[in-house]
Every structure is written in structure tokens, then in C-alpha cells.
Design a protein around this ligand. Structure first.
Ligand code: TXA
Ligand code: MG
Length: 308
């Protein structure tokens, strides 16, 4: 079954999207479960297959930065500045939702998250399909995001239809953590989710400070417990602390990639999944410094370790 779902060819994937089916597509951040963003029935299947509440908005993916004006005519000047600076790339901008998008894609909100992914296969798929693609991460709701086609098959292989849906294999995701989300409908803009594009970079582009997100969970990635594996995750500050804790914790494994933060981000979700596959009971993770992508790694580790 799973074998029939995973494919390397775009042609089948383009046809699937145009026929209202689903395609798990590689992006530079994580794999997304994509459907035509203008097709409410196809969108309903995304929510059903992920087990995602229908009021959790999806991110829409465009092929080219030039398409932003067409699909987000009311985007603020700041949104346009950020798009010009960071796209294609791991940055999602929340802007007013145009009538071109059905309410379903945005979980009923009047705003919408949009980004242009940097993965060539994703961009080619969107271009050839001829429509924006709505795509949440291609995992079950609340679980760890997939960074390989096999991860998607492990999570959703039984739920997708091997006759019509497609898992497009574009290799491992080069960034490994979900996009930075910036709400551009407020002034100052607010960072709703940390990612590879940092707050410092955003402030540099805008020439002004950003605000921290406030209010009740604005993005599902802001829920305290999210991105969680089955094993317990415990956080420590240093390799020495990890060693001491491991000595007194049977069935534990230590994760420490603090000497290479790019690799830490890239491998984090695969390591969380592997720990579960290997029956690890406690994963002891060394926190990276809060610098650059270290912010996003700390955020995901903290959520993976939250009580649940
Ligand atoms: O890197 C990514 O962003 C990946 C790839 C596939 O592009 N996608 C992704 O999607 O992480 P998802 O659905 O797992 O996370 C989307 C997040 C959710 O936390 C959602 O609440 C938030 O974006 N979001 C989407 N639209 C929003 C809106 N209009 N207002 C506030 N938050 C929004
Ligand atoms: Mg997700």
C-alpha cells in the first residue's frame, strides 16, 4: 500500500491535485499535506485525514513571490517587504484573506497564512497544478512533523488512498523545522511561531521591532504540548547535565547536536521519531543556545517536553 503511495514523478501529483486529491509534498521546512486551496471538498479531506479540528487554519503555498499581489491584494506594506526579502523561504505571512480563498482554508478566519516554499519540487508542483496549495504539516494532529517521505507514509500511509493520493519523494527536508509565522495584520507585526527566519532578521528588514505574540493560542504550534513524540522528553542545559541525568534514568537516550545547530534543526524530528521506534523511554535533549535557529529548536524541544 505504502509503496504505491510514494513516488518520484510530478506528473501523477499534478493530476492528483487537479482532480481534488491530496499530495504530500516536500518543502524546505517539513513535508506538507497539500490540496487545491480553492477546493473546499479537497480541504475537508486534509482536516479529516490529519484529525485536525476544522477551525485550525492552513497555510497556503504559492509558486512565486510575484503571485503574492494577486492572492493577497490587501497585504500591508510590511508584509510585502518581508515577502520580498525572504521568499522563496521558510516564512509564513498572515494577511487579510481575499475572496479568492474559501473560509474553510483559513478555519473560518478572515486572515490567511501564505508562503512561497524554497523547495524546487514544491514550486514546480504548485506551478504545474496552476492553483495555490493549502498544506499543513503531513502528520497526525499534535504529532511530530515529517521530514522525509517515509515519515509521511509511517503516519498517514493507512489513511491516504493509494489509488488517487500521492506522497511525493523529494528527499529529506533541508531546514527540518516549520516556517516562521509572522502576523502582519497588526502593527507592530507579531511572531506567532519561531523558525529559520529569526526575529532579528525580521526586525532588520522592517527597520523596527516586532512584538511577541499575545492572547490565547494564536497558532496551533503555540499550544503548550505539540510536536510531541510518545517518549518522555527531558531538557538539560549542558552535556554534563545530560550525562548525570542519563546515569540515573534507565531506558534513556541523549540527544546533543549543539555543535551544529543547522544539523540539530534538520535532524530533530527524525531523532524524536527514531527514539519512539527504538522504544526509548526518556530522551534527554541538550538545549542549544538561544541564538539564530537555536530559538526555534528550543521552542520545539520545550513543546515536545511539555506535560501531556
Ligand atoms: O513550514 C511550514 O509552515 C509547514 C510547511 C508544510 O509549509 N506547514 C505547517 O503547517 O507547519 P501547519 O498547519 O502544521 O501549521 C500552520 C500553523 C498553525 O499553527 C496555524 O494555526 C497557523 O499556522 N496559521 C495558519 N493560518 C493562520 C492564521 N490566519 N492566523 C493565525 N495562525 C495561522
Ligand atoms: Mg503542523
Amino acid at each position: 500500500m505504502t509503496r504505491r503511495l510514494i513516488r518520484g514523478d510530478l506528473e501523477r501529483a499534478v493530476a492528483a491535485i487537479q482532480d481534488g486529491h491530496l499530495v504530500a509534498m516536500p518543502t524546505e521546512t517539513v513535508y506538507g499535506l497539500a490540496a487545491d486551496a480553492t477546493n473546499p471538498e479537497a480541504l475537508a479531506r486534509i482536516f479529516a485525514i490529519k484529525g485536525r479540528p476544522s477551525n485550525h487554519p492552513l497555510i497556503v503555498h504559492l509558486a512565486d513571490p510575484e503571485d503574492f499581489g494577486l492572492w493577497a491584494p490587501d497585504a500591508s506594506a510590511q508584509a510585502r517587504q518581508l515577502a520580498a526579502a525572504a521568499w522563496p523561504g521558510p516564512l509564513t505571512l498572515i494577511v487579510p484573506r481575499s475572496q479568492a480563498f474559501p473560509p474553510e482554508v483559513a478555519g473560518g478566519r478572515d486572515t490567511i497564512g501564505i508562503r512561497v516554499p524554497a523547495h524546487p519540487m514544491a514550486r514546480e508542483l504548485i506551478r504545474l497544478a496552476g492553483t495555490p496549495l493549502a498544506a499543513p504539516s503531513a502528520n497526525l494532529f499534535g504529532a511530530v512533523s515529517p521530514t522525509t517521505a517515509q515519515h509521511v507514509a509511517d503516519d498517514l500511509g493507512d489513511r491516504l488512498d493509494p489509488m488517487s493520493d500521492v506522497i511525493l519523494d523529494g528527499g529529506p527536508c533541508p531546514v527540518g523545522l516549520e516556517s516562521t509565522i509572522v502576523d502582519c495584520t497588526t502593527d507592530p507585526v507579531q511572531i506567532l511561531r519561531a523558525g529559520a527566519v529569526t526575529a532579528t532578521e525580521i526586525a532588520d528588514v522592517l527597520g523596527s521591532a516586532t512584538a511577541r505574540a499575545s492572547g490565547p493560542a494564536r497558532a496551533s504550534g503555540m499550544l503548550a504540548s505539540h510536536y510531541a513524540p510518545s517518549c518522555q522528553v527531558r531538557l538539560v542545559d549542558t552535556a554534563d547535565d545530560a550525562m548525570a541525568l542519563a546515569a540515573g534514568t534507565p531506558g534513556s537516550r541523549t540527544l546533543d547536536l549543539t555543535n551544529d545547530l543547522g544539523r540539530y534543526a534538520r535532524d530533530l524530528y527524525g531523532e524524536l521519531r527514531q527514539a519512539d521506534l527504538d522504544g526509548v523511554r526518556t530522551l534527554i535533549a541538550v538545549l542549544p543556545p538561544a541564538d539564530g535557529i537555536g530559538h526555534a529548536i528550543r521552542d520545539r524541544l520545550t513543546k515536545a517536553s511539555a506535560p501531556r
